[in-house]
Design a protein around this ligand. Structure first.
Ligand code: P6P
Length: 280
């Protein structure tokens, strides 16, 4: 597993350089979800593929930016599901973006997720690893080395509310729940980038991030394999919860690697409010 974490760190350093120096314009291509790809999406995906091609324990790669999985080492143990540059369109307005990695065995189901990593490219470059019952925060220093900073844990109750999805398409019970949370004094924190939004809640001790089913996107927007499962594992290891409105996200089994799901990540008290609002 260490050689996988090292490949992610090498990728992060190269992607950070690309964000700061390369063209943030759009390419002529679409990904399998129909998003027009930024040149940075393609560059970041290429960097990750190059770095993982050196890792013998990796059997295949599943990228949000590619329709199909890519075979690497036939005797490899791990499958890597990743979003090379989540929220990439925020880069050209100089907001934080991120990379997300799920390290799986056998298949891309939540139960087979062995470790999760995300990188935040912001005022500082930080990398969070969820593995073996702990969540570690690492920070890139001036020598381009990632140094361990601290373990991360969520409080039972937080103060931040990060509500995703187009509000006019929220279901009635969802809107009432979000309004009630704000009425209790929670502060709005939503940038449109799930990596910095979820990172902020994790570092500030708790709250709720939601991207629900909406009338225009009934299965939710965020992808199980590349985005949802890794953050679900990290939030659970940090002492919080991660559900689809009723059950654990990590109990879900995608039919296709690009499948999406409604998702809620947060401190336990806030997740209980979601379960109540969604009739669990
Ligand atoms: P909306 C970014 O495109 C992303 O995939 C996540 O990072 C983010 O949480 C979500 O979509 C934002 O979606 O509909 O609020 O623009």
């Amino acid at each position: 597993m260490t050689e996988i974490f090292e490949a992610i760190k090498r990728s992060a350093i190269r992607i950070r350089y690309a964000i700061e120096n390369d063209d943030t314009g759009y390419s002529q291509n679409q990904n399998s979800t129909g998003d027009i790809q930024l040149k940075l999406d393609i560059k970041s995906d290429m960097i990750i593929e190059e770095e993982f091609s050196l890792v013998k324990s990796v059997k295949e790669l599943a990228s949000e930016e590619k329709e199909h999985v890519e075979e690497l080492c036939k005797d490899g143990k791990y499958l890597i599901g990743y979003d090379p540059l989540d929220g990439s369109s925020l880069a050209d307005v100089n907001l934080s973006v991120g990379s997300i990695f799920g390290i799986y065995e056998n298949d891309y189901s939540g139960k087979n997720l062995k470790a999760s990593v995300y990188v935040v490219y912001g005022p500082r470059v930080e990398l969070v690893i969820g593995y073996e019952n702990r969540v570690e925060l690492h920070r890139l220093n001036s020598n381009n080395e990632f140094k361990f900073i601290q373990l991360l844990n969520l409080n039972q109750k937080g103060k931040l509310n990060s509500p995703g999805g187009t509000q006019k398409h929220w279901e009635k019970h969802h809107k009432e729940m979000i309004d009630d949370i704000f009425a209790d004094g929670y502060r709005l924190r939503y940038s449109g980038g799930m990596v910095p939004d979820l990172h902020q809640i994790l570092l500030k001790g708790g709250g709720l991030f939601s991207y629900p089913a909406t009338t225009d996107v009934p299965k939710g927007k965020l992808r199980m394999t590349f985005e949802v499962f890794p953050f679900a594992q990290i939030y659970e290891l940090a002492g919080g919860s991660a559900i689809d409105g009723k059950g654990r996200l990590l109990d879900l089994i995608p039919e296709h690697i690009h499948d999406t799901t409604p998702c809620f990540f947060g401190s336990n008290e806030e997740i209980q409010r979601v379960k109540t609002a969604y009739g669990k």
